[in-house]
Ligand binder design. Structure first.
Ligand code: SF4
Length: 339
């Protein structure tokens, strides 16, 4: 079943297909990167499907990196749309100025389809989840260290070559690059810059809350191979109260549909205590009605971390019967659950 939903991903792993970002490096454009935004977006949108022929030395990936970098002057990478000039040192809601890496390692605890996954954790997040399980890095945008794009690209190449240790100390190769945080969105310009210096045929995984603008979705198109998304809530009220995120359902549903048009997907849903009717049920139903051919991971590992104790509805671990009810519903709806 995993091979069906993630067909292209497995073809990349088998060497039969290439990661999308590599294709975007082959699309060469007749464009001057000092042109105005409007002209560059026009070139971007007419070439994003990879129809352009070899003409000049600028690649589609170069253009994406340029456009992403320009957004930092009035940041609207995510739907907070802060409009701050991050290059001039103005901080928006996420507080991220430059990309800072908190950790990077071969993750063995992700979905079985993904491991070993070369996971890169950035500091900062565009959400403010009161139950954040990674609050030590998501709430501290200044945590971690700055790594030059060229240096991180080298680390990616090394992991692709098998410089990692698995069970029994065996050398293992990464199956993908997993961009996460916090949330990766604030760091998109940096990520694209890293990929400009990479050559490994490794699928790129966008591991995100998906609270991104359509502009960001356009920049990710043709770069990302798997969207690994968090579909946390089934209504706007819970999203507003627990993640301080407005207009959640409209943005989530729009971006999930866009993501599916662009790439393959694994959707995560963390089951929250006391949120079956308001969140689990509507979220899983929407997925079953709109995205039947994607993998879904119904997660039962909720623990009351960070400020969850301040919210009586989520101030305890998830009970087994609550998790079982979520799995039962997912099966009833015919969702394709992860292994
Ligand atoms: S990425 Fe950060 S600064 Fe940019 S719009 Fe989102 S929260 Fe604001």
């Amino acid at each position: 079943m995993a091979r069906k939903a993630l067909k292209r991903y497995y073809e990349i792993l088998d060497g039969e297909e290439e990661a999308r970002y590599l294709t975007s490096k082959k699309v060469r454009l007749d464009v001057d990167l000092t042109c105005g935004d409007e002209e560059l977006w026009l070139v971007h949108d007419t070439n994003v499907s990879g129809e352009a022929e070899v003409q000049r030395s600028t690649t589609l990936l170069d253009l994406k990196a340029e456009l992403a970098g320009r957004t930092l002057r009035s940041c609207d990478l995510c739907e907070r749309r802060c409009g701050v000039n991050r290059i001039a040192g103005e901080k928006g809601h996420c507080g991220v100025l430059e990309a800072r890496v908190c950790s990077e390692f071969l993750h063995m605890g992700e979905e079985p389809e993904l491991v070993p996954s070369y996971t890169i954790f950035f500091a900062g997040c565009t959400f403010k989840c009161v139950f954040c399980q990674n609050w030590d890095i998501s709430t501290r945008p200044d945590a971690g260290t700055r790594i030059e794009p060229e240096e991180l690209a080298e680390m990616v190449e090394t992991r692709a070559g098998g410089d990692g240790r698995g069970r029994g100390g065996l050398r293992v190769r990464a199956r993908n690059v997993n961009w996460v945080g916090g949330d990766p969105t604030s760091n998109l310009p940096f990520i694209l810059d890293v990929l400009r210096h990479c050559d490994a045929n490794l699928p790129q995984v966008w591991n995100s809350n998906m609270y991104v603008t359509e502009k960001t979705m356009r920049l990710l198109d043709g770069v990302i191979d798997i969207y690994l998304t968090d579909f946390k809530y089934g209504n706007d009220r819970c999203a507003e109260r627990l993640s301080n995120a407005a207009d959640y359902m409209r943005i989530m549903t729009r971006n999930h549909l866009l993501a599916r048009r662009q790439a393959e997907m694994i959707i995560r849903h963390l089951v929250l205590p006391n949120h079956f009717k308001c969140c689990t049920e509507p979220a899983l139903r929407w997925i079953s009605e709109n995205l039947r051919d994607v993998k879904v991971n119904v997660m039962g590992q909720y623990r009351p971390e960070h400020r969850a104790r301040e919210h009586p509805d989520i101030d305890r671990p998830l009970r087994m019967d609550e998790y079982e009810a979520a799995i039962e519903l997912a099966e009833e709806l015919g969702l394709d659950l992860t292994d």
